[in-house]
Design a protein around this ligand. Structure first.
Ligand SMILES: [Zn+2]
Length: 120
């Protein structure tokens, strides 16, 4: 399970973004990440690792939201773009197997939301 390493990577990137924007880590309410369906990351494990990795840190109040991006590929023969897993990896238009990945292997931090209107 490499998800814990990924969670630490998310924390590192969020920390960097917070510093760049003059935000305190305590102000972060939500971190939204995008994970491609064809990536090796399991969203459920990410979510399970998150509390363990953030517990006792300044980010412990932040919630992790994982959005899964559908894997799409383009057929090398006819150029059709189709959903890779839904079509069992085969082009629905011409039946070819050769394709190029268009989306589905991403791993991005999409959004960092901060708590609003809560003065301490
Ligand atoms: Zn095709």
């Amino acid at each position: 399970m490499h998800e814990l390493g990924i969670v630490f990577e998310i924390q590192k990137r969020v920390t960097a973004v917070a510093q760049e924007n003059g935000l305190s880590l305590r102000d972060i309410a939500q971190v939204v990440v995008e994970v491609g369906e064809a990536s090796t990351i399991v969203p459920r494990y990410l979510k399970e690792c998150w509390p363990a990795a953030t517990d006792g840190t300044e980010m412990q109040e932040a919630e992790l939201v994982v959005e899964v991006l559908i894997a799409k590929v383009r057929c090398k023969k006819c150029g059709t773009v189709y959903e890779y897993l839904k079509n069992h990896k085969k082009c629905p238009a011409c039946g070819a197997w050769e394709c190029v990945m268009v989306t589905g292997q991403e791993f991005n931090i999409k959004e960092i939301a901060v708590f609003e209107g809560e003065e301490e």
